[in-house]
Design a protein around this ligand. Structure first.
Ligand code: ZN
Length: 121
């Protein structure tokens, strides 16, 4: 499943940055995370994958808070910003015809990891 490799990589990079920043693992209260909607199937699937993959690791005890970032359209030609994407527009392409002027517009915000915040006790 898509979530599994995503969460696996996430846990790995979290581990690395926690080590790098010399954060004491015991001091971590929770992790706040923003993820683009295209990266995951659903937040339920994400939490489930996190639960399974963090088992028997330090992260088992760390609460994770996920915020899903909704994709939006931004047209460079007319400046139209469309926040509500149609269901069929939730595709894998980054571009779409602008609903206002018909030019090629970019879909933003649905990809990647927006922000990771480690909240200490
Ligand atoms: Zn436009």
């Amino acid at each position: 499943m898509h979530e599994y490799s995503f969460v696996e990589n996430l846990i790995k990079s979290l581990e690395e940055s926690i080590k790098k920043d010399k954060i004491n693992l015991e001091d971590i209260k929770e992790i706040y995370l923003e993820v683009g909607e295209f990266e995951i199937h659903s937040s339920d699937a994400f939490y489930k994958a996190y639960e399974i993959l963090s088992k028997n690791t330090f992260f088992e005890k760390v609460k994770i808070n996920l915020k899903v970032l909704e994709p939006y359209i931004e047209c460079l030609k007319c400046g139209k910003v469309e926040l509500e994407l149609e269901e069929e527009e939730h595709h894998k392409l980054n571009i779409i015809a602008c609903p206002n002027c018909g030019e090629i517009a970019e879909i933003k915000g649905g990809r990647g990891v927006g922000k990771i915040e480690v909240i200490l006790k």
